[in-house]
Design a binder for this molecule. Structure first.
Ligand SMILES: NCc1[nH]cc(CCC(=O)O)c1CC(=O)O
Length: 311
């Protein structure tokens, strides 16, 4: 008789939706699962993420996994620190949800329809910098809280709109509140947004193979690897004003054959709300190198902008 896989999860609606989704895939493949709730300091605090730190949502789950209290940890990939944990293995990156950001605005409005002076609530420096750079005269106000708390600020009239990950809304079945899905040309998502990271202990090799064979999606893994390598090379955490999005695209190779390539875009805010953008493309098998190349391009472009002729 096979042992039951204990899946560690945070108690939030989003975390429960994500770990239940993973549990269902495993059950469908014939494995028995059990969800084990793990509470984290990030769930208990309402301070800004920039104060409580990267990894606040994920470290308690990782500790429970490393200690053998659970066999599988399911994280929102974008919440994981870039430093690898040598005790753990990234067994699977399941097929990614829509990575884009979404606007939830009063009266069904889109970004372009919000009158100048409208207040957009977001605690994310990445989202704030990109909203300001649109030049629409929108005011950004820092807010935090779970998906429901943030949406309530719109219905209560405290802000005119909020920006949230589309994937988070979709996973909790609330995508109908979205008034506009933001084009990545205007709003590049956080590296790994919309993707899950499924971890197990590094020495739990059978479990690692099982999780990989049932759950891993190589295209999602490659895209996210490039975005995270860019982030790591820029030595920034999840709350930094950095966006990235990699897409697997069909392209013609040197011999005119259709081949899969990875196209990666990145954006960095300079601190005075100017944005620096760059993009690279290459082999999906070289995802991490592509991410590092993109980081180099962004750093060069930023240096050129900061030292260039002022206006
Ligand atoms: N930082 C919190 C967080 N972590 C993951 C998601 C959404 C799901 C995802 O991006 O995978 C969210 C909420 C949000 O950014 O709106």
């Amino acid at each position: 008789m096979m042992a039951t896989l204990r899946i560690g999860t945070r108690g939030s609606a989003l975390a429960m939706a994500q770990s239940s989704w993973v549990a269902e895939r495993l059950e469908d493949a014939g494995y028995r699962t059990q969800l084990v709730s793990v509470s984290t300091p990030g769930d208990r605090s309402s301070a800004p993420i920039s104060e409580i730190g990267v990894g606040v949502f994920t470290s308690a789950l990782r500790e429970a996994l490393a200690a053998g209290e659970v066999d599988v940890a399911v994280h929102s990939y974008k919440d994981l620190p870039t430093d690898p944990d040598p005790r753990l293995s990234l067994a699977a990156v399941p097929v990614r949800e829509d990575p884009r950001d979404a606007l939830v605005a009063r009266d069904g409005l889109t970004l372009g329809e919000l009158p100048p002076g409208s207040v957009v609530g977001t605690g994310s420096p990445r989202r704030a910098a990109q909203i300001r750079a649109l030049g629409l005269g929108l005011e950004v106000r820092g807010i935090r809280g779970n998906v429901d708390t943030r949406m309530r600020k719109v219905t209560d009239g405290e802000v005119d709109a909020v920006v949230l990950a589309r994937a988070g809304l979709a996973r909790v079945g609330r995508h109908e509140v979205i008034t506009e899905t933001l084009d990545p040309l205007q709003m590049l998502p956080a590296p790994a947004q919309g993707a899950l990271a499924v971890e197990c202990r590094v020495d739990d090799v059978d479990n690692e193979h099982l999780l990989q064979s049932v759950l891993d999606d190589p295209a999602s893994r490659a895209a996210v690897a490039a975005e995270r390598a860019m982030l790591a090379a820029l030595e920034a955490g999840c709350s930094a004003p950095i966006g990235a999005l990699a897409d697997v695209v069909e392209d013609l190779d040197a011999d005119g054959r259709v081949a899969q390539r990875l196209s990666v875009r990145g954006v960095v805010a300079t601190g005075d709300d100017q944005l620096v953008r760059a993009s690279v493309a290459g082999e999906t098998t070289a995802a991490e190198q592509l991410g590092r190349d993109l980081a180099d391009e962004l750093l060069d472009a930023r240096a050129a902008m900061l030292s260039g002729p002022g206006q």
